[in-house]
Design a protein around this ligand. Structure first.
Ligand code: MN
Ligand code: MN
Length: 422
């Protein structure tokens, strides 16, 4: 920017302040109470929009408009073309089969989410997600009920475990695994894959393989007469009903007990773990390769934000963020640099996305707890808190950038809180 242009802009700022009738001292007090010249002007502009400019006499899809008030009437601070960062599993096709269903939100729906894709799946009691494997690593969060999972290691040892609401699993790419719904009512879970274009409908299925292998080869491989292979599936099973299995211990013994047991644990109790951070406003439970060593490529946080509270202004230096909203309602603004920002609303079963390093906050707008997962393609969860940054730099530097005085600066929390009470 030229010096002349800079001087003009500065003069404009001074004139505007004079016009609003606020001296420097009043401005300092006003800034502290959220009534700065800038704030005043934003409020006036926002009100102007609401009064007349935003009138909308044409057709409206009322259900969608009501669901997305921040798109219908954006805050005056939103600007520019920010690519889509909201989608919902409730907009996805649901593939329903005897025994359960599945649906997915991938890079096809959120074009900037190249690192991660998600699947939501339900298995009724006893039903199987067929034995399979795939190109991506699989991270999962149990939303409801109970399931039994198995995964085989390349050394021939097997991991078998039962999971329930709030538990995780991680299955490495290429490792064959299974999921079975347990009693009394099966399960529902979220799967997250570390490939944006992953498709749950393009996995390697055991039924699909045997259906496409000559019978003579199968007979030789299985050491069974060809005539006894007539009942093998000739099409994929994918999801199919089954009987609720016996105890976990019985299954472990049936395959060979301790001698063939995996030394690596592929499950983790996230919700049952003490919070990594707990404040007046809520809590965050962080899980990554440090406390769940199997999860080499996915890090996550289970975040609970109380009514009126907010996941503070922050960003992540190491990865984009894929979010799944479990309950409550909230609002998020993504600041995309270059004067671009967009605000969107999120409800249970919605997916959110934040590009790597983009600034954001998530505010609880409802009267119940807002609970969501932040998920990253990384071995470590990492974030920067805006407050923490402002308070760690020399105070003169912070004051010079934000036009705050020393007293005001000291009011800003100096530590990373993650969740700020309302
Ligand atoms: Mn899988
Ligand atoms: Mn975040």
């Amino acid at each position: 920017m030229s010096e002349q242009k800079n001087a003009e802009l500065h003069a404009g700022e001074v004139n505007r302040r004079n016009f609003l009738g606020l001296g420097a001292g009043a401005l300092a007090v006003a800034a502290f109470t959220g009534m700065s010249a800038e704030g005043q002007s934003r409020e006036t502009m926002q009100k102007g929009r609401e009064d007349h400019s935003a009138s909308n006499p044409g057709p409206v899809n009322k259900a969608l408009a009501d669901e997305n008030p921040s798109s219908e009437l954006p805050p005056i601070t939103d600007k520019g073309d920010v690519r889509p960062f909201w989608y919902s599993f409730d907009l996805s096709h649901r593939r329903v089969q005897e025994g359960g269903w599945t649906r997915q939100v991938t890079q096809r729906d959120l074009p900037d989410s190249t690192d991660l894709a998600g699947v939501n799946m339900r298995l009724t009691a006893g039903s199987y997600r067929e034995l399979h494997w795939h190109t991506a690593n699989e991270w999962a969060y149990m939303i409801y009920g109970k399931a039994r999972v198995t995964v085989l290691n390349p050394d021939g040892t097997i991991f078998i475990d039962d999971v329930e609401k709030g538990d995780l699993w991680f299955f490495p790419a290429g490792f064959p695994h299974s999921i079975q719904g347990l009693g009394p009512d099966g399960c529902e879970f979220l799967l997250v894959f570390d490939e944006g274009l992953f498709s749950e409908y393009q996995t390697f299925l055991i039924s699909d393989w045997v259906a496409h292998t000559p019978s003579s080869v199968l007979a030789k491989n299985f050491k069974l007469p060809q005539a006894q292979l007539a009942a093998l599936p000739d099409d994929e099973l994918y999801i199919f009903p089954g009987k609720i299995p016996g105890s976990l211990e019985r299954d472990k013994q049936a395959v060979g007990g301790k001698a063939v047991e995996s030394t690596v644990s592929y499950t983790f109790k996230l919700e049952a773990m003490p919070p990594t951070k707990e404040t007046e406003g809520g809590s965050a439970r962080v899980v990554d390769a440090r406390n769940f060593p199997a999860s080499k490529t996915v890090a996550a946080a289970l975040v609970r934000v109380k009514p009126g509270a907010m996941r503070e202004l922050h960003w992540h230096p190491n990865a984009s963020e894929w979010q799944y909203y479990l309950s409550g309602s909230g609002v998020m603004t993504v600041f995309a640099s270059s004067g671009k920002a967009r605000t969107m609303n999120f409800n249970a079963n919605d997916v959110g996305f934040v590009p790597a390093v983009a600034g954001h906050y998530i505010e609880n707008t409802g009267d119940s707890d807002l609970v969501f997962l932040e998920i990253f393609k990384s071995a470590r969860f990492e974030d920067f808190s805006l407050n923490n940054w402002i308070r760690r730099i020399p105070p003169e530097m912070a004051m010079a950038h934000l036009n705050l005085n020393e007293q005001q600066l000291k009011e800003i929390p100096s530590e990373k809180l993650e969740i700020i009470a309302g």
